[in-house]
Write a protein that binds this ligand. Structure first.
Ligand code: CP
Length: 313
């Protein structure tokens, strides 16, 4: 029997224990099986209202949270910055309180400020799910990445994962790091020193600055997007130079394990972080990550709504 999920919110993977991580992954596995059936809907969230409050742009996360809520039979509405009264100066707290007054039971929030999800969680009775807050965390991305590795390799423990690129600005890197380390993976971070402070080694990962020296060992290579919107220009001489040292091109790929998994959270800058042929190639699981995001987000919506974990205990 699974222990009951106790959390009202999902704010970070740093705060989750190993059993909670497993509970989400096992529940997502059940939902993925349901999504393969002719009738993909279940009644778990019937009568509940999910609001997606996206104050930063998104394609994958926003659409998959919307679809996840629909597949769980919730009522779902989405609000973004440009079409909301946030543009007229309404505060985040007032916006969320108004959504709650309209009986939103779950608010999924993406925001440019680290801590925005926690800020709301402490002030609302509604469940709050962090869909990415500044450079802090992107917990459902971390969960779907771990789910994809487990699905492909059958395990996380002992798997050698290389996370490459703009680590300092990356909430994806932080969420991956917490989940992978707790589940026993061996994680190395690699990138230019301007985008990868040595302090990251204090979190439990190895920090290195030479991608070429790491390629042969990696079971998984997760290539991060250069986050231009987080003012990265000042930290890089040029995108071309970055790509020369840290882009996964065809030459570098030849030195990787034949079964290596190539991951990217998207949106992909083809020819910068990864060669286009590799992004579309046989070792790429980039679109599997997106597909798995739906099952993982169904699992998270289900658990914060009071559902017991599904799947193996
Ligand atoms: N990976 C990710 O968060 O993509 P979106 O910004 O499109 O949601």
């Amino acid at each position: 029997m699974n222990p009951a999920w106790q959390r009202k919110d999902l704010l970070s993977l740093r705060e989750l224990g190993v059993e909670e991580l497993r509970q989400v992954l096992n529940t997502a596995k059940v939902f993925k099986e349901i999504l393969g059936r002719p009738i993909k809907k279940v009644p778990s969230l019937q009568g509940r209202t999910v609001v997606n409050l996206f104050v930063e742009p998104s394609t994958r996360t926003k659409i998959s949270f919307e679809l996840a809520a629909v597949r769980l039979s919730a009522d779902v509405v989405s609000l973004d910055k440009d079409s909301s009264s946030i543009r007229k100066g309404e505060s985040l707290k007032d916006t969320a309180k108004n959504l709650e007054a309209l009986q939103a039971g779950i608010i999924v929030i993406r925001h440019r400020s680290a801590g925005a999800a926690q800020f709301l969680a402490e002030r609302l009775q509604a469940s709050v799910i962090n869909a990415g807050d500044g450079a802090h965390e992107h917990p459902t991305q971390g969960l779907l990445d771990v789910f994809t590795i487990q699905e492909r390799l059958g395990k996380i423990e002992g798997v050698r994962v290389l996370i490459v690129g703009d680590i300092i600005h990356s909430r994806v890197a932080r969420s991956n790091l917490w989940a992978l380390l707790k589940l026993g993976a061996k994680v190395k971070l690699v990138g230019p020193s301007t985008l990868l402070p040595r302090e990251f080694s204090e979190l439990g990962a190895e920090v290195t600055y030479d991608l070429d020296a790491e390629l042969e060992q990696a079971d998984v290579i997760n290539l991060l997007r250069i986050q231009h919107e987080r003012q990265v220009q000042a930290r890089l001489p040029s995108v071309g130079e970055y790509s020369g040292f840290f882009g996964l091109n065809l030459e570098r790929f030849k030195r990787c394990k034949p079964a290596v998994l190539l991951m990217h959270p998207g949106p992909v800058h083809r020819g910068v972080e990864i060669a286009s042929e590799l992004a579309d190639g046989a070792q790429s699981v980039i679109l599997d990550q997106v597909t798995n995001g739906l099952a993982v987000r169904m699992a998270v919506l289900y658990l914060v709504s009071g559902g017991r974990g599904l799947g193996e205990a």
